[in-house]
Design a protein around this ligand. Structure first.
Ligand SMILES: Cc1cc2nc3c(=O)[nH]c(=O)nc-3n(C[C@H](O)[C@H](O)[C@H](O)COP(=O)(O)OP(=O)(O)OC[C@H]3O[C@@H](n4cnc5c(N)ncnc54)[C@H](O)[C@@H]3O)c2cc1C
Ligand code: SF4
Ligand code: SF4
Length: 433
């Protein structure tokens, strides 16, 4: 059974890259066609179509079923049943006893939501021998930590984590659950939401509260990034959202801040669990940690070819001690690996300085860089959308302007480093005596 294309298709091509099975193509009339043998009806193309021309055959039936549930749930809202749900929860994702930074970022965002709703903020910490991490969670703004410490939770496993999380949620009825849109968070959130039969908005870039109806307003790019959609779960609780790392700001730490610990015992026997972790294999090859970079020099199609990209981007990045990033156009041209791609289908970054060199500033790229403190754009086209978003913009040719910047910046940095070194050694510092 394959996806259907209706006569509403306008041939915009947004669905073509969305299909991982290469089952879609644009025919001679400029309209979308499906290669039925290739389509596995996964539905990934459906949501990117800006004119809703794509549909799965069984969707009509499912939608009907959902409406029945919705009617019941809406009755529950009206009868005040959903009012039993209180509090904002953040899933504290830890690996090997280290909290993932996105969980701390979400505590900052969760604190604001909890304040607006006048409820408490809690962190949910699952793992083995992770009790010591609770203090950090309080320091980042949580009033409470729900802790389940069990050897079976040492490594993340979908069913095990999902069951423990769902049991907690059923017992304590949180109003909102936030998780990082990491591999683990995305996996867990979907499983938890399905089990709780509630609404989940994935990959949000903004969170707010409609106080009147106590609704979580979860904003995310939709239709291939062409619009920003704010999604609400009117009739179901908890309201769930995953948020990409680096979209929310890290909260200021309140050292020594304390909270309440709610420790739950669970009995999990390894032999009863469906998944076994046999080995953890560290990722091989070059690590590209763009999310932690303070300076990113990103290049796009405007760099012409692979040589231009390498020379300009790596040259400036090296001079500034920064990392290299790329637009999807540069990645698709084969100039650099996908792990360097910044944007909606790449990584979200929040450096102090982001250079956009020969990048037009398509919305799918911009959603990945909104957390940058300073954006410097160089582009030959004065009407390029990047100029509406950047802090500083230079209209000109990257091949002329970047070399003019690289050498002076390199010299300035070397000079600064030397001055700092002198000061540290007490040779050139200001004498306060
Ligand atoms: C579902 C979906 C997901 C997507 N996800 C992403 C994503 O994660 N990341 C992403 O980047 N894109 C993504 N895209 C693609 C996005 O829509 C754009 O096509 C892409 O960002 C364009 O890349 P670019 O700016 O490098 O190229 P272009 O849009 O072609 O822009 C090149 C720019 O370089 C300028 N230029 C040319 N020569 C020079 C020169 N010598 N000096 C200075 N400037 C010059 C031009 O004026 C132009 O503005 C996605 C698209 C879809 C549909
Ligand atoms: S339903 Fe899935 S496989 Fe079929 S065309 Fe859409 S994305 Fe491709
Ligand atoms: S996204 Fe929709 S309108 Fe655009 S080509 Fe595909 S089916 Fe047609």
């Amino acid at each position: 059974m394959a996806v259907r294309v209706s006569s509403a298709c306008i041939g915009c091509q947004a669905c073509i890259p969305a299909c991982p099975y290469e089952a879609l193509y644009i025919n001679e009339e400029g309209l979308c066609q499906v290669i039925e043998e290739k389509c596995v009806a996964c539905g990934q193309c459906v949501e990117v179509c800006p004119v809703s021309a794509l549909s799965l055959p069984e969707m009509a039936h499912e939608a009907k079923e959902d409406l029945t549930t919705l009617a019941g749930a809406e009755a529950a809202v009206l009868s005040g049943d959903l009012g039993r749900y209180q509090g904002v929860w953040v899933f504290i994702e830890q690996r090997e006893g280290q909290i993932m930074p996105v969980s701390l970022e979400l505590l900052g965002a969760g604190r604001q939501l909890a304040q607006k709703l006048g409820v408490e903020l809690a962190g949910v910490l699952l793992g083995h021998q992770v009790c010591g991490l609770a203090n950090k969670v309080y320091e980042c703004g949580a009033d409470k930590v729900y802790l389940v410490d069990n050897p079976a939770l040492r490594y993340y496993r979908t069913e095990t984590y999902m069951q423990v999380f769902v049991d907690l949620a059923k017992e304590y009825l949180p109003e909102i659950i936030l998780m990082g849109a990491t591999t683990t968070g995305r996996d867990l959130a979907g499983a938890v939401a399905t089990e709780l039969r509630t609404g989940l908005t994935a990959d949000c870039t903004g969170l707010d509260i409609d106080l009147q109806q106590r609704l979580l307003l979860a904003t995310r790019p939709a239709f291939g990034g062409n619009i920003m959609a704010t999604i609400v779960s009117k009739a179901h609780r908890p309201q769930m959202a995953t948020v990409r790392p680096k979209v929310m700001r890290m909260p200021a730490l309140a050292p020594g801040r304390q909270g309440a610990l709610v420790q739950k015992e669970v009995s999990l026997k390894e032999e009863d669990l469906l998944t076994r972790v046999l080995e953890i294999v560290q990722e091989q090859g070059e690590q590209v940690n763009l999310q932690e970079a303070e300076i990113i020099v990103a290049g796009g199609r405007g760099l012409g070819d692979r040589d231009g990209f390498q020379k300009i981007c790596f040259g400036l990045a090296e001079a500034l001690g920064g990392r290299v990033g790329a637009s999807r156009a540069a990645v698709e041209a084969g100039w650099i690996d996908h792990k360097y791609q910044v944007g909606q289908t790449g990584v979200t970054v929040a450096p102090k300085i982001y250079f956009a060199l020969g990048i037009s500033g398509a919305i799918q790229h911009l959603v990945g860089i909104r957390g940058a403190d300073v954006i410097i754009a160089i582009n030959t086209d004065p009407n390029a959308p990047i100029f509406k978003e950047c802090t500083y913009g230079l209209v000109g040719d990257v091949f002329k302007l970047v070399p003019l910047l690289t050498e002076p910046l390199k010299e300035l940095l070397t000079q600064n480093k030397a001055d700092l070194q002198k000061q540290l050694q007490g040779q050139g510092g200001i004498n306060c005596a």
